[in-house]
Design a protein around this ligand. Structure first.
Ligand code: 8GT
Length: 113
């Protein structure tokens, strides 16, 4: 089974926004790009706008779509990660589901879980 997951790449001064999954979420403590599962009858584009509003409380505009990335979770379950480069259009980033955020530079991305 392959689950489509849309995620947002939000840049600020060459650093990318990363958020940490809270203890109320599965895979707690792992860092990710904000986003979530694409629902049935939803486009990946609508999904990322919805998820970012739910998770970070901001409205984003999609600037471009980035190459999709398949990622095996278990032998039966995999994720098709669908990243979008987005820009925050309105609001102030607030964590509604995650417990930490960090703006990470290219090499720092490899230093978190
Ligand atoms: N958002 C996000 N999810 C990722 C990334 N990489 C990655 O493997 N995933 C996985 O994709 C899945 C996304 O599921 P989720 O639980 O965040 O989705 P959701 O917000 O729709 O939650 P829900 O199922 O409770 O409605 C998780 O298994 C997560 O670990 C990433 O960079 N960002």
């Amino acid at each position: 089974m392959t689950i489509p997951v849309a995620c947002a790449v939000i840049l600020n001064d060459q650093k990318v926004l990363s958020v940490r999954r809270s203890k109320d979420m599965p895979l707690a403590g792992y860092w990710e790009f904000p986003g979530g599962k694409v629902e049935e009858d939803e486009s990946a584009e609508s999904c990322i706008v919805r998820e970012i509003e739910e998770e970070l409380g901001v409205r984003v505009r999609i600037l471009s779509s980035l190459p999709n990335h398949p990622h095996a979770l278990t032998s039966e379950k995999s994720i098709q990660l669908i990243p979008f480069l987005v820009r925050v259009e309105a609001g102030k980033i607030t964590l509604y589901e995650h417990d930490q955020l960090s703006w990470l530079g290219q090499s720092e991305l490899f230093e978190v879980n």
